[in-house]
Design a protein around this ligand. Structure first.
Ligand code: NAP
Length: 269
């Protein structure tokens, strides 16, 4: 039996276990997915210990994504983003990936939204914002990052080829954009709050909200009312998990089974 897992603190409410277990069941893979919650100072020992015990792969979440970058051999994209959310122990040395980036681009692909040559606005410049900005740029979109703390957006934009950055006063760029990603946590704790004034949304836009609790955020409602393509945060969560499954196993992931498991858990919360 192979063991995969999630390392974070806290991990109690994670949706990754049911999503990955559904994939093992659907594909007949003899594997289990478990959660680990080490203390902040124990992450290096935890990763080394998992490797020594024969764990096949780990997902990594808050607060360890940056720490783990230093503990594994990161691929170039994870290195540029500055965070690892997936570790593969299958090779000589543990390899680190950032599958949140693929979660963003695969979400647009799956909804028939082209990225190459299009213009994208990313709101937020934390972990999800960094993954989105690099992913969209690698997919040949031109990227503008808008963040509450403008300096963080400017710093990120300097690292992303061709990108620009600014404060939330630059959100009017959305009027001319093809693609919008909300990578802030706005809408999570106060479901009627949105990071984006509804007047900037329009019918030629595709909107991905990284927030997935609730699934229908105010931004998603406003975007739908404006006639935009809407993509809720469960797609990004699903497709980062799909990318992790495929990197770990070398097989195509059973996307529909994983989606059904994820959505049934989200809807029952
Ligand atoms: P993070 O690193 O802490 O970054 C938080 C971001 O939100 C920062 O840009 C921050 O701006 C901004 N922000 C926070 N409160 C704000 C407010 N009141 N007004 C405007 N901006 C505000 O967090 P993260 O890991 O990037 O996660 C961000 C969101 O994405 C969370 O809701 C998380 O659950 C979600 N997420 C979803 C997925 C998925 O698979 N669907 C994956 C990763 C993350 P400042 O820089 O100014 O503080």
């Amino acid at each position: 039996m192979q063991v995969y897992g999630l390392v974070g603190n806290p991990v109690g409410h994670s949706l990754s276990p049911p999503m990955h277990e559904a994939a093992y069941e659907e594909t007949g893979l003899d594997a289990r997915y478990v959660t680990f919650e080490p203390a902040r100072d124990d992450i290096a020992a935890a990763v080394e210990g998992a490797d020594a015990l024969g764990v096949s792969g780990l997902n990594v979440t808050i607060p360890f994504k940056q720490d783990v970058l230093e503990l594994v051999d990161p691929d170039p994209l994870a290195e540029r983003i500055g965070a690892v959310n997936t570790v593969d122990f299958g090779g000589e040395t543990p390899k680190g990936y950032n599958t949140d980036a693929a979660g963003v681009t695969r979400s647009f692909e799956r909804h028939g939204v082209g990225l190459a040559g299009n213009s994208a606005v990313v709101v937020g410049a934390g972990g999800a914002g960094r993954a989105a900005a690099f992913a969209l740029s690698d997919a040949d979109a031109s990227v503008h990052v808008a963040n509450r703390t403008a300096e963080t957006a400017v710093e990120l934009a300097e690292a992303v080829p061709g990108a620009t950055g600014g404060g939330l006063d630059t959100l009017d760029r959305i009027r001319e954009a093809d693609v919008l990603v909300n990578a802030t946590s706005v809408g999570m704790e106060s479901p009627d709050e949105t990071p984006v004034p509804a007047e900037y949304l329009h019918g030629d836009l595709a909107v991905l909200d990284a927030v997935y609790t609730p699934l229908e955020t105010q931004l998603i409602r406003d975007a739908a009312a404006a006639g935009a393509v809407t993509i809720d945060g469960a797609w990004m969560l699903l497709l980062q998990g799909v990318e992790a499954f495929e990197r770990w196993t070398g097989r195509d992931a059973p996307v529909d089974a994983m989606n059904a498991a994820l959505r049934s858990h989200l809807e029952s919360d």
